[in-house]
Every structure is written in C-alpha cells, then in structure tokens.
Design a protein around this ligand. Structure first.
Ligand code: PEP
Ligand code: MG
Length: 326
C-alpha cells in the first residue's frame, strides 16, 4: 500500500472522470516545504508566518523574515507559494507583546489582519520582506480574518507604500503580487461579493469558519456534536463562496483541516472545489481518493446535500453518494 501511494508522488491529480485538481500544501517550516516537494504538491496554499513570530523572543527583523520567505520560494522551485500575513491573536500570542492582553473574548478580538493593521510599522516590515522574497519566484499574499473590504483596501495601500519605499532604495521588486482574502469570518462568507471585488483570490479557512458559524470553539472536545464540517449551515456557506469565486473568475482554495481529510473529499468536489490545500503528509491520500471519484456525478448531487437539515442527514447522504460515485 505504501509503495502504491509512493508512485502517486509524480502522478497528476485527476478525478476519475478526468478533471484536474490542484493540491497545495499548508506549511510552516522547511520540513513541510521539503515534504510538499516530495509528495508532488502543486504549490504552497498556506504558509503560516506567525510561527516565525512565535519562535522568536522579540520580533523577527525584515532580513530574518526575508530569508525565511525567500527560502520558502526557492524551496518550492518555481511553484506558486501563498504567504499568509501575520495571524496572531486568539490562541496565538507572541513574545513581543503585540497581542492584546485581557481580552474577554480573544477569538472575537483583535486577531489576524485586525492586529496587523493596529501596528502598521510591524506589518510594513513583513510586507517589505514579502515583496523582496517575491523576486525569487511566484508569490501570492493571503490576508487572515478579513471581515470587510476596507481591511483589504488598507493592506493594498500598505503594499503600495512599501513598493514606493523599496523603489527609492533601489531594491528589486516583483512585477505583480496577487492579494487574497481568507474566508473564515461568517460575514466575509455571506457578503463575499463585496470582498471579491478587492481580492485576486480567496482561501476558505474552514477551521475558523466552522468555529464562528457554529459558535463552537474549534478546540473544545465537549462540542464535538456541534463542531462538524457536515453542518448544513457551513455547507451552504462553502457552496456560496465557491460559486461566487467561479462567477468572478477568481481562484478559490480551501485550507482548513477538512481539505486534507479523505472523508470530506467527495463532499468538497460536490460543492465545486477544485483547489485543496492541506498538510503535505495528506497529499498522496487525497490524490488517491480523487482518482476514485466521479466529479460530474457528485456535482449532480450538490442540491440534495445543500437541502439537508442536519449534519446527520448530510453524513447519510454523503455515504450514499460516495458509494455511487466511487
Ligand atoms: C483555518 O482557519 O481554517 C485556517 C486554515 O487557518 P488557521 O488554522 O491557521 O487558523
Ligand atoms: Mg484561521
């Protein structure tokens, strides 16, 4: 079985009925990047930069960040990499003390882009490092915890200012740098049409989106019966966001845990997803699973899945449909 899977490292990712799917890696360390390459990832769909900050006793300098991002880009050998800007706050506190102390509800507090925008100097240091690294290969920038368009507009402005600064310093700049929004706040998903105008691509973060849609802490085991990726309310949002991306002609990936879980591959195909981002250790398993699934047949069942009333009903339908489509 291990040998059969290993052969898949160099195989294309294709459904049984011949649709090409992009499999990207979630990464936060050089080891993840190396694994992404050996497993034949099509790129990095989520590089979590907060780990640079969490490991640091203070703030990482522009050069330290630049080296980490450049090595990521070089490590992927010309494949696209998606660098997510700092997502501190909630459960992730830094040593430098950027994260607000004493918030009563940190998951609903100043986290992700909300925090970055409060510290424009710190944020601009990261932005300069990303711009410099983007001269070494194709880079996209992903903004976490976006709620409304003004946040994306503010980030774009900071990128523009950083470009002007670097240009004055005669430092090389990349030609283009697509800017995307993570869709993990319910308002961003419901009102995705407002964001998509300002975004070059979207990445759905189902770990947080499920937490916020269901008002259930993503790490609280006592809520397992509620925190289910099969919740109809969540499926409808996923479908809504994926369709909005298709209509606008902008790529939509999904980078939450369910993207790398073969139990949800058929469901995500049914909802129209064509780009999955996952822990690199999952890539061969998902590629293997995709090859058994008939995407056309699954798409046909999407309306039934979206009409289900409970996550138990979705689970039952999914079992029925995957048997038929596999
Ligand atoms: C998510 O929320 O689904 C996600 C991918 O981001 P993180 O797990 O880093 O919050
Ligand atoms: Mg998240």
């Amino acid at each position: 079985e291990g040998r059969r899977l290993a052969l898949l490292a160099n195989a294309p990712t294709r459904t049984r009925d011949g649709l090409d799917i992009r499999l990207l890696a979630n990464a936060e360390s050089p080891a993840d990047v190396a694994l992404a390459r050996t497993r034949g990832a099509d790129g990095v769909g989520l590089y979590r930069t907060e780990f640079l900050f969490l490991r640091h006793k203070d703030l990482p300098s522009e050069d330290e960040q630049f080296i980490a991002y450049r090595d990521l880009v070089l490590g992927m050998g010309g494949l696209p990499v998606t660098i997510r800007t700092l997502d501190l706050g909630a459960d992730k506190a830094d040593a430098a003390g950027l994260v607000m102390q004493g918030e009563e509800n940190p998951a609903l507090g100043v986290r992700g882009v909300r925090l970055s925008l409060r510290y424009p100097a710190v944020f601009s240091t990261q932005i300069r490092a990303i711009l410099r690294a983007a001269c070494y290969g194709p880079v996209r920038v992903l903004v976490p915890m976006v709620t409304q368009p003004d946040e994306l507009i503010a980030v774009r402005t900071l990128f523009k200012l950083a470009r002007q600064e670097l240009k004055r310093e005669n430092i090389d700049l990349p030609e283009k740098l697509p800017l995307g929004a993570m869709i993990e706040v319910p308002a961003a998903a419901i009102n995705v049409r407002a964001l998509i105008e300002h975004a070059d691509f979207l990445a759905i973060g189902t770990n947080d989106l499920a937490q916020y849609v269901l008002a259930a802490d993503r790490g609280n085991d006592a809520l397992d019966n509620i925190y289910s990726p099969l919740q109809p309310a969540l499926l409808r949002l996923l479908s809504h966001v994926i369709s909005a991306g298709r209509r606008a002609g902008k790529p939509v990936s999904l980078c939450g845990e369910i993207g790398g879980d073969v139990n949800f591959t058929a469901l995500l195909l049914a909802l129209g997803l064509c780009e999955f981002s996952m822990h690199p250790g999952q890539i061969l398993l998902v590629r293997d699973r995709l090859a058994t699934l008939d995407r056309g047949a699954l798409r046909h069942h999407a309306p039934r899945l979206l009409r289900a009333h409970t996550h138990e009903q979705v689970a039952a339908l999914l079992a029925e449909i995957s048997d038929a489509a596999a």
